[in-house]
Design a protein around this ligand. Structure first.
Ligand code: 0A1
Ligand code: ZN
Length: 853
């Protein structure tokens, strides 16, 4: 019998070609007889014609499956099989499909479908992994009820839904909620559970478990607390209740992404769930809390209401990111959360949207859907929801969400469905707003102001530069949150949302006694590049007085950007007016330490490179590195007298807690230590390293010591202390690259790949090393091309094993056209080397071809 091999030709799939599947799947029964080399999967599926679909041939997806037997209504058949799936004749009415296939989880290094990680079986089916488990209509609009039997010697055997029965060597699970195949999950292994419980608002008692490898039990308590908080929050804020008797989370060491929202059985990259004071930083804790919330929130936004097709990915991801951001704001304070999210958006999404990989929040075509789990779909998708909420107000927003849950529960929905509930709930016409889903690129918003006889006018112009495949752009609906301050710093106009819909539009405020200072785009109310000519005095004034935390931070960022740009382009020294304005804020003990720490953010070197490009300069990575260094040295010298006292003030004396209060203090302390390190040559860092009782303090101190050239001893001690802990060792690997001098980054990376603990098939370790190289702007972009050559060697090697992680890491090259001709040609050569690789995966070939285009 023929096998379904790996898929071949790169085929482009279009949103406009959507057609429903010709059959409904009434129920699915699966039996797994587990064995690493030869797992048998037996499927019994009832199909019935779908009255709403056009007539079509019967086709089931299937890849890399060895077919043992297929039968229809009990009669064996010989289907036609190719690299993508199976075709056969079927009866006109309902029928029973039976099929037995064999797969080899131990040889599945792509980590899609059923695979093994450190001896444990686990699955990853989003987006199209289920077709590597059995032949099936593997598309999100085909939903069904699954019953699963798992046979094997492993002590723990899990699947979706509720456990129904078990015996010696087997366990059965039943998920009563119809779901698409991408939410299917199975786990089996020698695992221990950290239990918890939750009672829903209507009284359902839910058993909670976090399953981990023996030895990791001590790292589950925080995740469990985060899960319970998320369950409560979704009831309180969105009225969403959990709907099964059990909710399981499993930590897996080899995982391509962060985590996965499989119904009732979330599977997590262990780095996104395991946490302890000794091994995790404050940032790790915050991220874990957010990811647990994100996956849990998918139960309603993604699972109960799923996507009709993969073009609608933002329907579940944009909304769920928005919901997890709301959750984090409620848990930890909205101000710094918003600042961090904007930094992240600019760092990842703006770069994507301003280069060859730019695509709409709802793409219109793809070759490999795995390449569209992007910052645009996730983060810009969430920004679009945030704008919608601002435009319709909180009441309108929750009314529309309520209608969405009522109207679409159990559906595979579309963006049109989502916008329609807003139109129906609020009476608004959202036809222009819908452009946010189809038009790619980052709008530029210019603002000028006029003042005459008590009337202050803000004049806006918007323009979106062309992006691949979209030369002409139309005006977007922009909610622009604005406030006005009078010259002594009092707010004369509290935040108001101006609604811009035209290419050019002015808004006047009258009855003012004196010319105000405008605070524009409060809360970053629209994902745009704001272009505003503003005096340094006004910016310094906003740093001192703005009542909106985001625009206050942004005023400082603006001054920082201008100062760095002047250094890069003209060799100017840092702007001391800015440093003095900032110094006041940093010393202001009435302000929250976390906010003071954020105010000290310095734009990243890649952000400065993007800015150079936006303003028509060719970025010079070495000059940007030098400007960054000069700036930090200047701040350290200028504030030197205060630094020891500030460091002292940021010290936490109470027992460690990863809460907002302590985290904020330690964040401020880390920034201060970074400055002090420039003048004391690592002395304070050494004291902190020796005394640290938590990973946040230990790791920051280690980074400082490495940067001061005094890290050898601490690095060795850190290694000896943590050699058995994979997640901490990822930090050990990554930090050495991140802290290397630019000229040494590639060599340090290469040496680390020769370390016995380097494992290139573990995505976390690969990313720790090569993600850090790609993130080291000046180190990666060394003019000799050593960074490019090294990364490419490894990408070519990894592609054979793990296309998904390879393709994602190729994004390191997405900004290549910004650079000088020497670097461009070096990168182009490397990209062409990748494309020339025989048997290159569909994932990587699509990415590289788009980057090259
Ligand atoms: N849906 C998950 C993320 C995820 C996406 C794709 C994956 O494999 C291709 C794995 C996980 C989330 O948003 O958390
Ligand atoms: Zn998600």
């Amino acid at each position: 019998m023929k096998d379904a091999a790996a898929p071949s030709a790169n085929q482009t799939i279009y949103l406009k070609d959507y057609t429903p599947f010709g059959w409904q799947v009434e129920d699915v029964h699966l039996t797994f007889a587990l064995a690493p080399e030869a797992t048998r999967v037996t499927a019994r599926i009832h199909f019935a014609p779908n009255p709403g679909a056009p007539k079509q041939e019967f086709f089931l997806h299937g890849e890399e499956l060895t077919l043992i037997r297929a039968a229809i209504d009990g009669q064996d058949i010989t289907p036609e099989i190719d690299a993508n799936g199976l075709r056969c004749a079927v009866p006109d009415g309902p029928f029973l499909w039976e099929c037995e296939v064999e797969i080899a989880p131990i040889r599945n290094t792509a980590l899609e479908g059923l695979y093994m990680s450190n001896g444990m079986y686990c699955t990853q089916c989003e987006a199209e992994g289920f077709r590597k488990i059995t032949f099936y209509p593997d598309r999100p609009d085909v939903m069904s009820v699954f019953t699963v039997r798992v046979e094997g010697d492993e002590p723990v055997k899990l699947s979706n839904g509720n456990p129904t029965s078990s015996g010696d060597g087997w366990a059965e699970w039943h998920d009563p909620w119809p779901k698409p195949a991408y939410l299917f999950a199975l786990v089996a292994g020698d695992l221990v559970a950290h239990p918890g419980k939750f009672t829903t608002k209507s009284g359902r008692k839910v058993a909670l478990n976090i399953y981990v490898r023996p030895g990791d039990e001590g790292k589950c308590a925080f995740g469990m607390e985060a899960l319970i908080k998320s369950m409560k929050w979704d009831e309180d804020v969105y009225g969403r209740e959990y709907d099964l008797d059990i909710f399981n989370i499993v930590a897996v060491d080899d995982f391509n992404m962060g985590a996965m929202e499989n119904k009732g059985l979330n599977i997590f990259n262990s780095s996104c769930v395991l946490a302890s004071q000794e091994t995790s930083t404050d940032d790790n804790f915050e991220r874990i809390e957010a990811i647990i919330a994100h996956e849990y929130f998918h139960n309603w936004t993604g699972n109960r209401i799923t996507c009709r097709d993969w073009f609608q990915l933002c329907l579940k991801e944009g909304l769920t990111v928005f919901r997890d951001a709301q959750f984090t704001s409620d848990m930890r304070g909205p101000e710094v959360k918003r600042i961090n999210d904007v930094s992240d958006l600019r760092g990842r999404q703006f770069s994507e949207d301003q280069g060859p990989l730019s695509h709409p929040v709802r793409p219109e075509s793809f070759q490999e859907i795995n390449n569209f789990y992007t910052a645009t779909v996730y983060e810009k998708g969430a920004e679009v929801i945030g704008m919608l909420k601002r435009l319709v107000g909180d009441e309108g927003y929750y009314k529309a969400c309520e209608l969405y849950f009522d109207r679409h529960d159990g559906d595979a929905a579309t963006i049109e469905d989502w916008l329609k509930v807003f139109e129906d709930a609020t009476g608004r016409d959202l036809s222009q707003f819908k452009r946010w889903y189809s038009q790619s690129g980052t709008p530029r918003l210019q603002v000028t102001e006029t003042w005459s006889e008590g009337t202050f006018t803000l004049n806006f112009k918007q323009h979106t530069p062309p992006t691949p495949g979209q030369d002409e752009k139309l005006p977007q609906v922009l909610p622009i949150a604005v406030g006005l301050l009078n010259p002594n710093g009092d707010e004369v106009q509290p935040t108001t949302v101006l609604e811009m819909t035209e290419a050019k539009q002015s808004f006047a405020f009258d009855g003012l006694a004196a010319k105000p200072v405008a605070s524009v785009l409060r809360g970053f109310s629209a994902p745009v590049v704001l272009e505003r000519e503003q005096s340094r005095e006004e910016r310094a004034f906003l740093i001192a007085h703005d009542t909106d935390a985001f625009t206050r931070w942004e005023a400082s960022q603006e001054m920082a950007r201008e100062s760095l740009m002047a250094s890069v382009t003209t060799g100017a020294t840092p702007d001391t007016d800015w440093l003095d304005a900032l110094h006041k804020v940093v010393r202001d003990r009435d302000l929250d330490p976390d906010f003071r720490s954020s105010m000290m953010d310095i734009p990243t070197q890649s952000e400065i490179a993007r800015l150079c490009h936006e303003r028509g300069h060719v970025p010079d990575p070495d000059a940007i590195w030098a400007a960054d260094k000069a700036l930090r040295d200047t701040i350290a010298k200028r504030w030197s007298e205060d630094l020891p006292a500030l460091l002292d003030e940021a010290r936490v004396t109470a027992a460690y807690k990863p809460d907002a209060e302590q985290t904020g203090k330690r964040a401020l302390g880390s920034k201060i230590l970074g400055l002090l390190n420039r003048i004391d040559g690592g002395a304070a860092a050494q004291v902190q390293f020796d005394a640290a009782d938590n990973m946040t303090l230990q790791l920051t101190a280690l980074a400082c010591l490495l940067r001061a050239g005094k890290g050898a001893d601490a690095l060795a001690r850190f290694h000896d202390q943590w050699r058995e802990d994979q997640l901490v060792m990822d930090k050990w690997f990554g930090l050495q690259v991140a802290c290397a001098d630019p000229g040494e980054a590639a060599q340090v990376t290469k040496t680390l790949t020769e370390h016995p603990a380097f494992s290139w098939t573990n995505p976390n370790r690969f990313r720790a090393v090569f993600g850090s190289l790609a993130g080291h702007h000046a180190g990666f972009h060394q003019a000799d091309g050593s960074g490019y050559a090294l990364l490419t060697d490894w990408l070519i090697r990894l592609d054979e094993k793990n296309p998904q992680t390879t393709a994602r890491m190729c994004a390191a090259y997405q900004t290549w056209k910004r650079y000088d001709s020497g670097r461009r040609s070096l990168i182009k050569t490397q990209l062409e080397r990748i494309v020339a690789k025989e048997g290159l995966s569909r994932d990587t070939s699509e990415m590289v071809e788009r980057i090259l285009s």
